[in-house]
Ligand binder design. Structure first.
Ligand SMILES: [Ca+2]
Length: 149
């Protein structure tokens, strides 16, 4: 299915950049303590995506620096998706879903604008590689991470 196809691409990407895949699809690497990103190709609202990641992986993905951004950008560009949730949300754009923080910002021009005062979650564009704040109830595929932070 599409999920295993993406997993293979993720696997190749993470090998290239010396991240070791950490996923049940690749049990050979299960003992390697490293972080991996997984693009889950199910469309969910942000809170449901968060619950899914916490149940099946570790949490929604944090993107705390350029290197991590490049990783998820590569993954989504090699997928059939163009938009995905990450773990970023307004509180006030300081924390990721797993409570980690960073000074890294990656907003699209003019964002976050909290249009109509109801945009509390950030989605990642696989076309432009930047974030936009949108309504959390919008359904998108999403990035989870697994392994060590
Ligand atoms: Ca917006």
């Amino acid at each position: 299915g599409p999920y295993s196809k993406v997993s293979l691409m993720v696997f190749l990407k993470v090998l290239t950049i010396h991240y070791t895949c950490f996923d049940s699809h690749f049990p050979l690497f299960k003992d390697s303590a490293a972080m991996s990103y997984n693009l889950v190709m199910k469309k969910m609202r942000w809170s449901n995506a968060q619950a899914y990641c916490r149940r099946h992986h570790k949490d929604l993905a944090h993107v705390r620096n350029q290197e991590e951004k490049d990783i998820i950008f590569n993954i989504i560009q090699n997928s059939t998706e163009t938009i995905a949730w990450t773990g970023f949300y307004r509180d006030p754009w300081a924390f990721w879903s797993d409570s980690s923080t960073s000074n890294f910002t990656n907003w699209s021009n003019g964002q976050p604008d909290n249009f109509e005062l109801n945009q509390f979650c950030a989605r990642f564009s696989g076309l432009s590689g930047v974030w936009d704040d949108v309504v959390c109830g919008t359904k998108h595929p999403f990035f989870c991470y697994s392994g060590e932070v």
